[in-house]
Write a protein that binds this ligand. Sequence first.
Ligand SMILES: NC(=O)c1ccc[n+]([C@@H]2O[C@H](COP(=O)([O-])OP(=O)(O)OC[C@H]3O[C@@H](n4cnc5c(N)ncnc54)[C@H](O)[C@@H]3O)[C@@H](O)[C@H]2O)c1
Length: 328
Amino acid sequence: MSEFRILVTGGAGFLGSSLCQSLVKMGHKVVALDSLFRGNLENLSEVKDAENFTFIHADVREVEALDGAVETLGGLDLVFHLAAVNGTKWFHEAAHSVIDVNINGTLRTLELAMAHDARYVLASSPEAFGEAPQQPIRDGNMMQFTDPAKHQRHSYGASKYLDEVACQHAVREGLDVRIIRPFNAYGPRLVGDDYGQVVSIFFNKLLNNETIVVHGDGLQTRSFTWIDDVTDGFVKAGLLEKGVDGSDLSGLAFNIGSTEEITISQLAQKVVSTSGKEGTEIEFGTGYFGDSKRRLPDIEGAEKILGWQPTVDLQQGLQMMWNELTEN
Ligand SMILES: NC(=O)c1ccc[n+]([C@@H]2O[C@H](COP(=O)([O-])OP(=O)(O)OC[C@H]3O[C@@H](n4cnc5c(N)ncnc54)[C@H](O)[C@@H]3O)[C@@H](O)[C@H]2O)c1
């Protein structure tokens, strides 16, 4: 198929807007649906006037809105389901909403894809593995969650786990489903408010000449992945008919992440040195319960089957992001 009719839920968000941009540029017909809970129309400024793009302001759990998106597209070939409540503070503060949006949004969009026999790509998360005692994160590892009486952090990860369960069930029912797990995407449009995400929070502190606060002892690790690399992973997972090695892609989950693992403490230092504001203070504050100690992807599947690889290293990416933040 040369031109797809594509629904991107969460299309005004950080990843969704970048994905819409790529798909519109490629000539596909795209509808972005977003409640603007955390997304922003400014993220879509580059595509908003394109004749092959439409934005629908709606909740992903509303079936009528999803049907309206299909009507606008004149049919449905592919769904990228990215709408979710994202941002660590929300997981603790608003567990009910996180569970409701993340699980019901996935169920409603899976039903839509089934009704139109459309391909479906889920934005899952490494947090579907919970506190992920086994590293690197790869299929077959235990998905392990701790006591919800102590904290609600896993309202997010466990909802992504159930999203994956629902997707694998849909595969058994005959739907073509591919799963992407992005690892800490970062780039210029990343939100950096009280709710997350860490790279932007740190850069915002530098822009305001404030102290950087690292959660906990700062020894927890993450693998930060440049936005265009993550977008490329989504595009490949959605548009490839078969894997580059000839594999059937349905039912496969791909870790899309850099393998450059770094502690949050080291990240804080790197961000400071990138900005040139060497005198900035770094403090250690209280950590979040349930935070995973390490997050490192095994990307063998993405490399061999999708032909995907990260292309931008952390230092390069941080520099590009800082340049863009300080130019505007
Ligand atoms: N950014 C990452 O590193 C990362 C890592 C793992 C997983 N993910 C997943 O990728 C997806 C996109 O993440 P992101 O970083 O762009 O986050 P984001 O918060 O920028 O995007 C999510 C979008 O969903 C929208 N949304 C929230 N509730 C909605 C609802 N009820 N109806 C319609 N839209 C709604 C928000 O307004 C937002 O625009 C999410 O599913 C997230 O869980 C992202």
